[in-house]
Design a protein around this ligand. Structure first.
Ligand SMILES: C[S@@+](CC[C@H](N)C(=O)[O-])C[C@H]1O[C@@H](n2cnc3c(N)ncnc32)[C@H](O)[C@@H]1O
Length: 186
């Protein structure tokens, strides 16, 4: 998908929240937190045009799996068309409903949740629903990685997970704060 088409999708849907896809520099920086040498199950919220998804597929093992959760139908159609890979599943649902599409054995077994959704657009209770669902689907020691435009998510993340590290990528439109969280305990 071209940057123009991404922008047109943004114009029609405020939840897209960014005028252009994340830069490759930022994609690589977020993905340094992923161990690509092992098989993993990764759930991505808000893949958009698939800029992270493509990088993940290029680097993950043949035994790894990628589950994409995207609210925008235009992006879902694009992702299904451009990522014909048996390791990928694409769902047109909201991030807070992630558990509904997982196999029972995958709940509590997810290694990474990677999120680009604009949490700042969600009401407080909806934000908590997404964070609680994320914690539930992750395995013990699993990672939640999110890129956001500000520090608004620090407090809710600490309340749900009890820990947080951050990093910053200034060379992106918009600049992103990168949240790195580990699930410790239930
Ligand atoms: C800032 S864009 C990021 C797109 C892409 N990951 C990137 O890095 O360029 C946010 C994406 O999250 C999607 N989105 C917003 N709210 C969502 C929600 N509640 N559940 C799933 N996807 C959502 C939007 O449609 C959009 O694709």
């Amino acid at each position: 998908m071209s940057k123009i088409d991404f922008f047109k999708t943004f114009i029609k849907d405020r939840d897209v929240a960014s005028i252009t896809p994340t830069s490759m520099r930022c994609v690589k920086k977020v993905c340094t937190n992923i161990n690509f040498s092992k098989d993993f199950l990764l759930v991505e919220y808000g893949p958009g045009n698939g800029v992270f998804s493509k990088y993940l597929l290029e680097n993950m093992t043949p035994g790894s799996r990628l589950i994409l959760i995207e609210s925008n139908k235009n992006f879902v159609t694009h992702l299904k068309k451009t990522l014909p890979d048996p390791r990928v599943e694409v769902y047109n649902i909201l991030a807070g409903d992630v558990e509904s599409i997982l196999k029972p054995e995958d709940v509590g077994a997810v290694d990474y949740v990677l999120s680009g959704i604009p949490f700042s657009f969600l009401k407080k209770d909806r934000k908590k629903i997404v964070l609680d669902a994320t914690k539930k689907i992750l395995r013990e020691g699993g990672h939640f990685l999110a890129y956001q435009t500000s520090g608004h998510l620090k407090k809710p993340v600490k309340e749900v997970f009890g820990n947080l590290e951050t990093d910053f990528e200034p060379l992106n439109i918009p600049p992103y704060l990168i949240y790195k969280v580990v699930k410790n305990g239930v």
